[in-house]
Design a protein around this ligand. Structure first.
Ligand code: HCA
Ligand code: CU
Length: 376
């Protein structure tokens, strides 16, 4: 696994998150941050959705960002015309191909889908704009239907085909099998209904997918899609050289905090990298090893993301090596035996109630004071 491109959809899929309401100013700021972060593409809500969506799409295209700007529209001529009008670099076409969506959503046969797709693709290309064709609900579509359609749109000259796990039901094995059968530029989109969105994105890349859709904090329809931050956590381990050189990882926390504030949510406590405890080490055994060499209990170096680790001493399960490090941080010089003694006091208190950092510090402080008084 080497390179992979990100299609960042916080401003499209993310607008489908139940809490989302973006002002124009928010959209511009999110787009600018994502571009500075280094994502390859930024995908915007269809300009056909509403008059303001149309205006905002044009506004963002004029910002002159490094990332290419895409908009996401239904696969029909009117939508494609509106998209091109906005000045986007590329158009992402989508249409449902599963029998569920063909029967209960748009009512088109595979033959009708193919015919329209070819016309629309030809039109977008004739305007000198990139075009991607994606089959919504790919994993519940007939495989032969799907491959026949991809072949046809490929021949028509699409820049990428898209595979979408719209309902979040795919497993990594299913993803691997489908992506392996495809050649060329393949974009993938994974919903997280069954908690597989990051694993599926990784597997897709391993199987040869070239592009992955993400959103900040994973926001999207229902419980969302592959989160940008979690994908970075995964890929900085799987493909460290590419990931570190391509993306401005130190911006991740600011981007997540900004988007979280826009849509009025908190960053989840257990979020990869930015969750408040993502680099907190607690058990005595862990703390001892972490202090000797952080790689013992960390797969990711927090400093890559501009963050720091934290060794907790505020519990009954702490150990004297961790306490020793805190004692040194506080500027006291105690012998190992004394540190073991003060550790026992912290553990004793930790058996009674949860401790705050200040509680543990004041136990150390008063222990130190009692030693000084004893020597006077
Ligand atoms: C949706 C559509 C989509 C499209 C993905 C794509 C999906 O909002 O349901 O264009 O590849 O999940 O299928 O987001
Ligand atoms: Cu989606």
């Amino acid at each position: 696994v080497g390179s992979y491109k990100i299609i960042e959809s916080t401003l499209r899929e993310g607008e489908q998150f139940s809490n989302s309401f973006y002002t124009t100013e928010m959209k511009c700021k999110i787009a600018t941050m994502l571009s500075d972060f280094g994502v390859d593409y930024i995908e915007l809500t269809s300009p056909v959705s509403s008059p303001q969506s149309y205006e905002d799409c044009k506004t963002i295209c004029k910002l002159g960002l490094k990332s290419k700007i895409l908009t996401h529209v239904r696969c029909n001529m009117e939508d494609a015309k509106k998209a091109v009008e906005c000045g986007v670099d590329g158009v992402d076409l989508v249409i449902g191909t599963s029998s569920f969506l063909r029967e209960y959503s748009h009512g088109k046969s595979m033959e009708m889908i193919r015919k329209t797709a070819l016309e629309v693709i030809e039109y977008v290309k004739s305007k000198g704009v990139e075009v991607r064709f994606s089959s919504e609900d790919s994993f519940r579509s007939d495989l032969v239907d799907l491959l026949t359609l991809y072949k046809a749109v490929d021949k028509a000259g699409v820049n990428r085909v898209g595979v979408a796990d719209t309902v979040g039901g795919a497993t990594p094995r299913m993803v691997y099998d489908l992506i392996r059968t495809l050649r060329g530029e393949v974009e993938t989109h994974f919903h997280d209904d069954t908690g597989c969105a990051v694993a599926n994105a990784l597997t897709a890349i391993e199987a040869g997918a070239t592009h992955v859709d993400t959103s900040v904090l994973g926001i999207g329809e229902r419980n969302g899609i592959t989160p940008l931050g979690a994908l970075m956590a995964r890929m900085v381990v799987t493909s460290p050289e590419y990931t570190k050189s391509k993306y401005n990882l130190k911006m991740l926390k600011d981007i997540e905090e900004y988007v979280a504030s826009c849509v009025q949510v908190n960053i989840p406590f257990n979020n990869p990298i930015t969750g408040f405890c993502a680099f907190t080490h607690k058990a005595g055994i862990h703390a001892k090893a972490i202090l000797a060499n952080p790689s013992t209990y960390e797969i990711i170096d927090p400093s890559l993301f501009g963050l720091t680790r934290y060794v907790s001493i505020t519990s009954r399960i702490t150990g004297w090596n961790a306490v020793k490090s805190r004692v040194q941080q506080l500027g006291y010089s105690l012998t190992d035996d004394q540190i073991k003694e003060v550790t026992a006091k912290i553990k004793q208190m930790g058996d009674i109630r949860p401790l705050a950092v200040d509680d543990a510090d004041s136990i150390i402080h008063s222990y130190n004071l009692s030693l000084q008084q004893a020597t006077v």
